[in-house]
Design a protein around this ligand. Structure first.
Ligand SMILES: *Cc1c(COP(=O)(O)O)cnc(C)c1O
Length: 391
């Protein structure tokens, strides 16, 4: 039998994060003392009132199909969130609830991009963006950045990358994997360029609430009515409510785009899990008291890890202003990032994600969504490893 794999599927790169993760998990299962810096998810539990709402929905028999783009109650709660927190006015039919923020990104790209289109993606990027662009048949145009600019693209860089084929610009602030946050002025400048060029923006704002050191978040959609018309805002419940396993994301878009996504979703996944959506309503409309506590804890870990990383000879690291990642520069240590991480896991049993997975081979991603004790232990080991390399 010739199991011919489609061009679309065959073009995808295997996920390096998952490869490291499965090796680390296998080592742990074999009883080894692995410190994991690979996690792309909060280490806190989902707040109890959110779980209770889903449990109650299950018990009351809320277990059937819902409208494919989500229950009206949740679409309204999302519209209210955008009004309240971002000054953005959306009707519920402009909101699509999906099975995770990743699914929302994929729907947005699939609904707007096709063969012949170019999609501009600043690097370091969230590793799924270029693969989603490939699945849509379009071409990813990657704009490299370094720690010298806090991993932010400049307006000049964006302008120079535009061609008549440019269809979409992907903006992710706060960023996974770097933790960088664009200032409101920077957001406005990048948004202006897209509006002037008639280019759509997919703004992935899933880390909106995870900000430190007084950093602020501006949704590019809120800059002006023209920016609103050019933007698809992607968001979700995974990060600020610690609901990664619930698979709930959402997006807000101009009506024709939302309508197209509604059609895509109705013929592919249908609705996100019914009772999870009730949990989503509780997350958006209920108490947000967990968040200041989580932020204080993340920031404590971040400052500790940032200082420790910079004290290791050969490493340097800009501090993050958002999300829960640091992205230290390893270029002085003489190993490619994939080699570095493979050996670090092998020798010191520390799992980190190689920067090459995010289009930036001079770096590693360290997640501080793990306890301070783990961070301390893992960075002691990282230091010993780096000293071994340079010594
Ligand atoms: C975590 C994440 C998402 C969404 O994740 P889901 O688990 O699918 O909700 C989207 N974008 C970025 C950059 C992320 O890190």
């Amino acid at each position: 039998m010739n199991y011919r794999i489609s061009n679309r599927a065959a073009a995808l790169s295997p996920s390096l994060t998952l490869a490291i993760d499965s090796k680390a998990k296998a080592m742990k299962a074999a009883g080894e003392d692995v410190v994991g810096f690979g996690a792309g998810e909060p280490d806190f539990d989902t707040p109890a009132h959110i779980k209770d709402a889903a449990v109650q929905a299950l018990h009351s028999g809320f277990t059937k199909y819902t409208p494919s783009s989500g229950i009206t109650e949740l679409r309204q709660a999302v519209a209210d969130k955008f009004q309240r927190e971002n000054g953005l006015t959306y009707k519920p039919n402009q909101i699509i609830i999906s099975s995770g923020g990743k699914h929302s990104c994929y729907n947005a790209i699939l609904a707007t991009c096709q063969e012949g289109d170019e999609v501009i993606i600043p690097a370091p990027y969230w590793l799924s963006y270029p693969e989603m662009v490939k699945l849509a048949g379009a071409v990813a145009v990657v704009l490299p950045t370094t720690d010298q600019t806090e991993f932010k693209v400049t307006p000049a860089q964006l302008r120079a990358a535009l061609t008549p084929r440019t269809r979409l610009f992907i903006l992710n602030s706060p960023s996974n994997p770097t933790g960088s946050v664009y200032t409101p002025e920077e957001i406005k400048a990048l948004g202006d360029i897209c509006v002037d060029a008639g280019v759509l923006i997919m703004s992935d704002e899933i880390y909106e609430h995870l900000l430190y050191d007084g950093a602020t978040h501006l949704s590019v959609a809120s800059v002006s009515p023209a920016h609103y018309q050019h933007t698809i805002v992607v968001h979700g419940l995974a990060k600020a409510w610690s609901m990664t396993g619930w698979r709930l994301g959402f997006l807000a878009a101009p009506e024709p785009i939302a309508k197209a996504i509604d059609a895509i979703q109705s013929h592919s996944t249908s609705n996100p899990t019914s009772f999870a959506q009730k949990g989503g309503v509780a997350a958006l409309t209920g108490s947000q008291d967990h968040l200041p506590k989580w932020l204080a804890e993340y920031s404590r870990r971040r400052n500790f890890a940032w200082q420790r990383l910079n004290s290791i000879p050969g490493l340097s690291c800009v501090n993050s202003k958002g999300a829960f990642y640091l992205f230290p520069n390893i270029s002085k240590l003489g190993l490619k990032s994939a080699d570095f991480c493979a050996r670090l896991l092998e020798q010191e049993k520390v799992a980190a994600v190689p920067g090459v997975a995010f289009g930036a081979d001079d770096y590693l991603r360290i997640s501080y969504a793990t306890s301070l004790a783990n961070i301390e232990k893992g960075l002691d080991r990282l230091e010993r490893f780096c000293k071994g390399l340079s010594g």
